[in-house]
Ligand binder design. Structure first.
Ligand SMILES: [Zn+2]
Ligand SMILES: [Zn+2]
Length: 241
C-alpha cells in the first residue's frame, strides 16, 4: 500500500520548518507522489504566516516539479466550541482544511473538555479533518471522536511524525486506527514534514493503518483521484457557508 498525496506538510512560511515550497515539491517528486498539500499553521501559533498568506495561495502554479500542489491549512482549535483561527473568507477557497490541538493555542484540560473541543472542531463546517488526533498530550475519548468524525464525514489523521516527535503515540495512534477500522471512519495518512526529505515519509503510519486492517477505500489520500473527490465534496459544502 502507498499514498499518492501527502496531506500534511510545512514550508519555511513557518519559522520552525526548513524547506521552500519548491523544495517540498522536489521532495514529493523523489518519493514519486502525485501531489502534496501545504498545510501551514493557523496565524495564532507563534512564528506562522499572517492570514494574507492563505489569501494569496492562488499565485502558486497548479503543479510544481511535475507534482500537484494543493492549498491547505492546519488551523488551531482555539476553544471548547471548536473555533479555528482563520476567517471564513480565507478558508473557503482552500482545498483541504485540517484543525488540530497545539499547546500555545489550547491548553490541554480534562479528557472530557478536550473531547468536547475536538468534537466541536469536527462539527465545525469550515473544517475537513483533524490533524494528529492521537496526540498523547491531549487525552480524549477516542471512540467518541471517531464516531463524531464518521457522522460528519470528516477525516482523522494517522500522522507519521507523531511516532517520532509525540511521545506515547505508538499506543494512542494504534488505538485511533483500530477505532477508525471498527466504525469505518475516513482517514488521511500525512507525513507532517517540516523539511523536504520527509515529504511522503509515511512508512510507520502506513504500517499502523495496515495492521489495523483499515479498508483502503477509507484512506482519502490513497490516490490523487480519491483525494480530489473528497476535496471537491468538502469545498462544495463550504461554499454555502
Ligand atoms: Zn500539528
Ligand atoms: Zn503540522
Amino acid at each position: 500500500m502507498k499514498i499518492e498525496v501527502d496531506t500534511h506538510t510545512h514550508s519555511i512560511a513557518s519559522v520552525h520548518a526548513y524547506s521552500t515550497i519548491d523544495e517540498l515539491a522536489l521532495g514529493a517528486r523523489r518519493r514519486r507522489l502525485r501531489g502534496f498539500v501545504i498545510t501551514e499553521h493557523g496565524p495564532e501559533l507563534q512564528g506562522t504566516p499572517h492570514r494574507y498568506y492563505f489569501g494569496n495561495l492562488k499565485v502558486l502554479p497548479e503543479k510544481m516539479r511535475g507534482v500537484y500542489v494543493f492549498h491547505g491549512a492546519e488551523l488551531n482549535i482555539m476553544d471548547k466550541a471548536g473555533h479555528v483561527d482563520l476567517d471564513k473568507a480565507y478558508i473557503k477557497p482552500l482545498h483541504f482544511v485540517m484543525a488540530g490541538f497545539h499547546e500555545q493555542c489550547f491548553e490541554s484540560r480534562s479528557a472530557e473538555v478536550n473531547t468536547h473541543a475536538l468534537i466541536a472542531a469536527i462539527e465545525n463546517p469550515l473544517v475537513d479533518g483533524i490533524s494528529h488526533p492521537g496526540n498523547p498530550a491531549f487525552p480524549v475519548d477516542f471512540e467518541a471522536v471517531v464516531k463524531a468524525a464518521v457522522r460528519a464525514g470528516k477525516t482523522l489523521e494517522i500522522n507519521d511524525s507523531s511516532f517520532r516527535v509525540r511521545a506515547g503515540s505508538a499506543t494512542t495512534c494504534r488505538e485511533v486506527a483500530a477505532l477508525c477500522k471498527k466504525h469505518g471512519a475516513l482517514i488521511t495518512c500525512g507525513s507532517d514534514a517540516h523539511i523536504a526529505n520527509d515529504v511522503g515519509n509515511v512508512k510507520t503510519a502506513l504500517a499502523v493503518i495496515r495492521e489495523a486492517g483499515i479498508n483502503k477505500e477509507h484512506i482519502v489520500n490513497r490516490t490523487l483521484a480519491s483525494f480530489r473527490d473528497f476535496c471537491t465534496k468538502r469545498k462544495a459544502a463550504r461554499a454555502y457557508l
